[in-house]
Write a protein of this length. Structure first.
Length: 742
């Protein structure tokens, strides 16, 4: 692939970030065009991905570019320069809602066939399967992950700290996880001495062998296999619910059904059918006929019974309520609307939900709308224990104080779908028998006895990403002069393989004077929290899941949100992807826009990502103006933080659009004031003056529109003209940008 080297590819995604883009891009382009840089939009939104999967169903004017395939190829280009905003990783209910919206807009795309009966339906399901769950990030993340809070952001938080809930020593909140029968206790792992093919096989009790998957593994590649017992999982759920009920503490479930798109919806489904056991016992047959899928949440029951006669529907609704009688209170997603933690699998996502709870003094919202202590259930024990460590720490020491704590940046092993986050095509809900991994010569490399309904999976970790990850860790430790801790547990089969590689690849670097440690997860989090508590920084160097978990956990404690993180993906092939923050697409923010026309989304992640993207352009393409724009953008961002022009949560106050205006004004002032390129300075002086002179007027225009509902005409596929109208309401600002671009 050849690309114009002066192009930044800026992703168009979903929900809050896609609204923000509509306001921010016209400002950004006003600057980048002066450096000959083209900022091109690449549509990777859920709706865009759905439409591009069915080109033959669309008329010529409806056809869209397949942005994800394009960017996927671009990741292999050493000149790749991508700014990646968060996108929806869709659960089945979200995908279905998106399809319904597009159909209503006149797009002739097929329904999602949950239980395909014909070849044609199977083919449709396969196409949709590529869109489900975390389908974007694994394709684009062709490099490891470097996420940190820049000094300016830490300084901002020290000056304007976010609120932190109080932790009581008597808090009864705790993490609960399986003590056996889970992936952790069954994990096996091997490293390939040479490249070779392996087969994943299922052997039934009669000895019949079914090949489930064939893999070609590289030399040095790590392959893990593990099993979660269905019975042990269900017993664990039952016990955890009984314990919560008896002890009067709320119950909540925290999984990642979006990223772990095969295994976690099944886990979620078991939680639903255990919690509502009597309901599923009584109406199981009817639910089968109706196509209820508990993996889609109890919301699926409500959806499917909607077509029943009223009396039957009410009978079932009563049966649902009857289940609640003898179960513990459940944490709510929306207590006003009665949406529980078990409604939809994508509403509560562990990486963000656990830190939010910890930040909130260990409380989640109860059915009565009050914050309460909770039993936070995360069945897999592998990673759940770190949260218990943090809960213990907060109970002992009180909440962390953002004004004086250190920081815990992360270097994460992520490239080439490393570890569990790449396991979906190797995950199976089994029958009773044996699951095994067999080498080409027939040698059995790993095997597990399994029961019906168990979840068995294999995970791959290639050698090249591991080597690059170790290098990135050493580089970061050196550049920021900070101790780096590899979070690796020698008792875990996978980590034992990884430790050997880490020890080997550390030898390739000059580590003189650096503090590089290897610690188990519990030791590592205690060590890092203790240092953080005393104002010291510690780099966490972790695998892919902990990368995800820790880059929400520490930022949400330290900064109030992971949106303020700098997230860089140096690609293995030399290009760069600059992610905007470490959080998601904030669905709640869209709700506020729809109701009150106020967007509280903070684009700080976009500002920081763009500055690094421009810096990279300056260096790689020898574009001196890109370098100036990068430096001045950083200065503008610093000023914005100092002046506290970030969006407020309150309708009527400065929101996302207002913060974009301030960024534009400070940026124009900084470009006009720099002396490296007089022509560029002169070019931006009029814009700087217009924006400065009209500050009050523009801010007034931006706040005037707030307080009433905003019409976007679509959620997943909003009308871009209407979004533009909502997101660019200041005639004065629009005219100033137009004049600059004329
Ligand atoms: N990189 C990616 O593509 C990622 C995508 N996702 C996807 O995002 C969606 C939502 O995930 P969820 O788990 O709810 O996590 P989010 O990070 O989207 O939201 C959790 C909360 O974090 C706060 N927040 C997040 N970003 C910002 C921001 N820029 N400015 C201000 N506050 C912010 C908001 O708090 P408050 O409401 O208090 O304002 C928000 O409600 C899902 O579809 C998920 O799949 C999730 C993670 C990463
Ligand atoms: O891809 C996803 O679904 C989420 C990604 C994520 O949470 C992260 O990388 O931090
Ligand atoms: Mg995450």
């Amino acid at each position: 692939m050849t690309t114009n080297n002066q192009t930044i590819y800026y992703t168009l995604t979903d929900e809050a970030p896609s609204l923000a883009t509509c306001s921010l891009l016209p400002i950004v382009r006003t600057f980048t065009s002066a450096a000959g840089i083209d900022v091109k939009i690449s549509d990777i939104s859920l709706a865009g991905r759905v439409l591009s999967a069915f080109p033959e169903n669309l008329s010529a004017d409806q056809n869209v570019e397949d942005g994800l395939s394009f960017l996927g190829e671009l990741t292999q280009d050493p000149n790749a320069n991508i700014v990646k905003l968060p996108n929806i990783s869709a659960s089945i209910p979200q995908l279905k809602a998106c399809i319904a919206e597009l159909q209503a807009q006149g797009y002739d795309i097929p329904d999602y066939p949950e239980a395909p009966k014909t070849d044609a339906e199977t083919e449709i399901q396969t196409r949709y399967g590529k869109i489900l769950g975390s389908a974007v990030n694994p394709v684009l993340r062709e490099g490891n992950s470097d996420r940190r809070a820049p000094g300016a952001v830490k300084a901002f938080v020290r000056k304007f700290p976010h609120s932190m809930g109080k932790w009581s020593k008597a808090s009864r909140t705790h993490a609960d996880y399986m003590r056996g029968g889970d992936f952790f206790s069954s994990e096996q792992s091997i490293t390939m001495e040479d490249a070779g093919d392996v087969r994943i096989e299922f052997v039934d009790p009669a000895g019949n062998v079914e090949v489930k998957k064939e893999l070609s593994l590289e030399k040095g590649e790590i392959l893990d296999s593990m099993n979660m017992s269905c019975q042990a999982l269900r017993d664990f759920f039952e016990e955890s619910m009984n314990d919560a009920k008896e002890t009067g503490v709320m119950w909540s479930l925290h999984v990642k059904a979006t990223m772990m798109k095969v295994s976690h919806p099944i886990v979620f489904g078991h939680a639903v059918t255990v919690f509502y056991k009597e309901l599923f016992d009584q109406y199981g047959e009817l639910f089968d006929q109706l196509g209820v899928n508990p993996n889609n949440g109890i919301g699926s029951v409500y959806d499917k019974i909607a077509s029943l006669p009223r009396s039957k529907r009410e009978e079932i609704e009563e049966a649902i309520h009857a289940c609640h009688e003898h179960r513990p209170e459940m944490a709510m997603v929306d207590s006003v609307k009665g949406i529980t933690n078990l409604h939809v699998p994508s509403d509560v996502i562990v990486d963000a939900s656990m830190p939010a709870m910890i930040r909130n003094g260990g409380k989640m919202w109860g059915p009565d709308g009050k914050p309460k202590d909770t039993k936070a259930v995360m069945p897999e024990s592998t990673y759940a224990r770190i949260y218990q460590e943090m809960i213990n720490y907060c109970k002992t020491n009180g909440a962390f104080d953002p004004t004086n704590i250190g920081t815990v940046p992360n270097v994460g092993l992520m490239a080439k779908k490393a570890e569990e986050y790449g396991s979906h095509d190797k995950t199976f809900e089994t029958e009773a028998g044996t699951m095994r991994v067999v080498a080409a010569d027939g040698t059995v490399l790993m095997q597990h006895e399994v029961e019906k309904g168990d979840i068995w999976r294999a995970c791959q970790t290639k050698d090249e990403p591991v080597r690059d990850w170790v290098k990135l860790a050493v580089t970061r430790a050196r550049q920021s002069d900070t101790p780096a801790v590899f979070w690796l547990d020698h008792k875990r089969a996978h980590d034992a393989q990884l430790i050997k590689k880490v020890e080997k690849y550390l030898q390739e670097h000059d580590t003189d004077g650096l503090e590089i440690l290897i610690k188990t997860y519990n030791q590592a989090i205690r060590y890092s929290m203790d240092r953080m508590f005393h104002g010291n920084d510690t780099i966490s160097v972790t695998g892919n899941v902990l990368r995800d978990y820790l880059t929400d956990l520490f930022p949400i404690i330290e900064l109030g949100t992971s949106a303020k993180m700098l997230s860089i993906v140096p690609m293995l092939k030399g290009g760069g992807m600059y992610e905007t923050g470490a959080g998601g697409s904030a669905p709640k923010h869209v709700q506020q826009v729809e109701e009150e026309n106020h967007l509280r989304w903070d684009s700080l992640g976009e500002f920081m990502a763009l500055a690094v993207s421009l810096e990279d352009m300056g260096i790689k393409q020898n574009n001196s103006r890109a370098a100036i724009l990068s430096k001045t953008l950083d200065a503008a961002t610093g000023k914005l933080l100092e002046e506290n022009k970030s969006p407020s949560r309150k309708t009527g106050e400065l929101d996302n659009r207002g913060s974009h205006f301030y960024l534009g004004m400070y940026w124009a002032q900084a470009v006009a004031a720099q002396t490296e390129d007089a022509e560029l300075a002169a070019q931006f002086a009029p814009l700087a003056k217009t924006l400065t002179d009209n500050e009050a007027k523009i801010v007034a225009e931006l706040s005037e529109v707030q307080g009433t509902a905003a019409e976007l005409d679509g959620y997943y596929h909003a009308n871009r003209d209407m979004v533009k109208k909502v997101m660019r309401p200041s005639a004065t600002l629009n005219a100033a940008l137009a004049a600059q671009n004329a």
